[in-house]
Design a protein around this ligand. Sequence first.
Ligand code: NAD
Length: 266
Amino acid sequence: MPVPPIDLSGQVAVVTGSTSGIGRALAEALAGAGASVVLNGLGDPAQIEQARAEIEQSSGRPVRYHGADMTKPAEIGEMITSTHREFGRLDMLVNNAGVQHVSPVEDFPPERWDLIIAINLSAVFHATHAAVPLMKAQGRGRIVNIASAHSLVASPFKSAYVAAKHGVAGFTKSVALELAQTGVTCNAISPGYVRTPLVDGQIADQAKARGISEEAVMRDVILAAQPNKRFVEYDHLSGMLLYLVSDLGASANGANFSVDGGWTAQ
Ligand code: NAD
């Protein structure tokens, strides 16, 4: 039997942290498959508006922007409820916003720990908390958390990030079990290294923390982790997301899908 093409026409998605990197690519993929999309994230307002307009034009779907700060629970809740108010539904929530800080634990600034836990973990709860009643009332919904290979394994100097991402993996399983009979699924996608601004920023930090050159970080630290010696590309993540949010993904629940070139198989 042929597999039907993925068509998200009439569906509505919120993608957190979608003004840059992976989130932007995922938002483009959802709009490209027919969904109306709400972008979110920080950045220069003119550049955000340009990105919004580009995705709207290329997809022909409504694309909005909400500036909720992922450290502020009330703003996260408002983003979810105002999306539902405008479009009359909410089908997909992609919890993607994330930040990183690389430092030995004894030097790790406590305020960076708090920030990483707030954005990478607590915001996933706050958005899910607001979205679940709306999705349950519809009898269908898709929550996809962008975790990381670091939700499954650790690296030195990333204690807050690894703790937050392991938390996301556990949260995903718990929510999936709660929702198992509602038509709403909750899964995680765990990328290996993707060449985004977040990774570019780490190269210099890793070099400093380890006392080696930036070239050595790329070769011996970053791509050393990935057996295929290649960065993960945006399309590899978009493909997994489209599967999960479509009807094809209806039986996937509580899972953590590695898209990491074999990193966590080691
Ligand atoms: P990025 O830096 O390119 O994008 C991060 C996004 O989060 C941006 O849109 C930014 O504005 C937003 N953001 C940051 N703080 C925010 C806040 N307080 N409120 C609202 N938005 C905020 O990063 P990326 O590499 O695209 O990472 C996206 C996600 O993928 C993160 O959760 C990250 O942990 C995860 N991830 C990335 C990689 C990688 O190699 N790049 C690997 C595994 C997992």
